[in-house]
Ligand binder design. Structure first.
Ligand SMILES: O=C(CO)[C@H](O)[C@H](O)COP(=O)(O)O
Length: 322
């Protein structure tokens, strides 16, 4: 994961105890009225939605400063938003990782920003919640919006059939719920994630979210399935394992190529292990995947096998989208 997604973010405004975000510009209700079920949600303020909002934290002139890899992520994200988000879409799912900030960035630009005042954004975890709140967008949750128009998310690797490995950021449980809830689930990534068979470039294994007390049993069962060396993912700058946004552990499990050639079967076998909450194999879920290339082009692969390429924007186009 790039440092972009790992930048420490300032705390949310709002109730410091609950961590709930509030927008001070929202009209206040009288104290006699019923509690507002949406009071913990950051409401968009027209003045905060628009080209000025930069969820990535970059100033407006950052385009020329991006590395080719970062620019590739940005182009993929922009192309996906431009092709799949329509003004009439009122609920969007926002994924996790270092590519997704560019999705939010695009959504805060003309013409997309014009639809933001009555659109709800559902995050896949802490990071995307912060992106949504900091951009001044309406924050929702999947229990309010079990049907999402479009979810756009990153990927660790995508195979020829658009099966994906996700969970490099340990968000796969919420990511899968939002992928399933979406009418259209779209992946965005740089070209390094584009592969024929899962496990070719992503060597870390399949991320598996497990109930903490069950991790050793799942570990043992993964070994019985043929995973030689499952790894309990450990925290960085923290003693002990990574704890997900849902309070669980993650095991990364490498499987042989023959397993990886049938990701659907592998997903179902792992999911059946007691103690497993979700598996970072997204089989047959994505409608399309957008891969940005360092030369400025974007390759698009579709669920039905179609492929197309979006040409690199000209210098004038690039300045227009910043
Ligand atoms: O699945 C994820 C987090 O759980 C991410 O979407 C995935 O790791 C891709 O991240 P990035 O865009 O930083 O490469």
């Amino acid at each position: 994961m790039s440092s972009l997604s790992m930048q420490p973010l300032p705390p949310l405004e709002g109730n410091p105890k609950t961590g709930s975000a509030t927008n001070s510009r929202r009209p206040s209700r009288s104290s006699t009225s019923k509690p507002d079920p949406l009071s913990s949600i950051a409401h968009a303020s027209a003045s905060r939605i628009g080209p000025g909002a930069h969820p990535t934290g970059h100033p407006a002139s950052f385009a020329s400063e991006l590395s080719p890899e970062e620019n590739a992520k940005r182009l993929a994200a922009y192309a996906a938003v431009d092709e799949h988000v329509k003004d009439y879409h009122k609920v969007l799912g926002i994924g996790s990782g270092s590519t997704v900030p560019y999705v939010v960035e695009r959504l805060c630009q003309e013409p997309h920003c014009n639809a933001n005042s009555d659109r709800w954004y559902v995050p896949t975890g802490f990071q995307s919640k912060e992106l949504i709140v900091k951009a001044g967008l309406n924050l929702g949750d999947v229990d309010q919006f079990p049907n999402i128009d479009v979810t756009i998310d990153g990927a660790d690797e995508v195979d020829d059939d658009l099966n994906a490995i996700k969970g490099g950021g340990a968000c796969q449980l919420r990511e899968k719920v939002l992928a399933e809830a979406a009418t259209n689930f779209i992946l965005v990534a740089d070209s390094r994630k584009d592969s024929k068979v899962l496990g070719t470039n992503w060597k870390q294994g399949v991320p598996i979210e497990v109930a903490p007390f069950a991790w050793a049993k799942v570990f043992q069962n993964l070994q019985k399935m043929g995973c030689e060396k499952p790894v309990l993912r450990m925290g960085k700058m923290k003693a002990g394992p990574v704890v997900t946004d849902n309070g669980n552990f993650v095991i990364d499990a490498v499987f042989t190529e023959s397993y990886m050639r049938d990701p659907s079967e592998l997903l179902h076998r792992i999911k059946m292990l007691t103690g497993v909450l979700e598996v970072g194999i997204f089989a047959g879920m994505a409608l399309a995947a957008y891969f940005g290339y360092p030369d400025g082009t974007v390759a698009v692969r579709w669920q039905d096998g179609r492929r197309n390429k979006i040409a690199a924007p000209s210098a004038s186009d690039t300045s227009a989208i910043v």
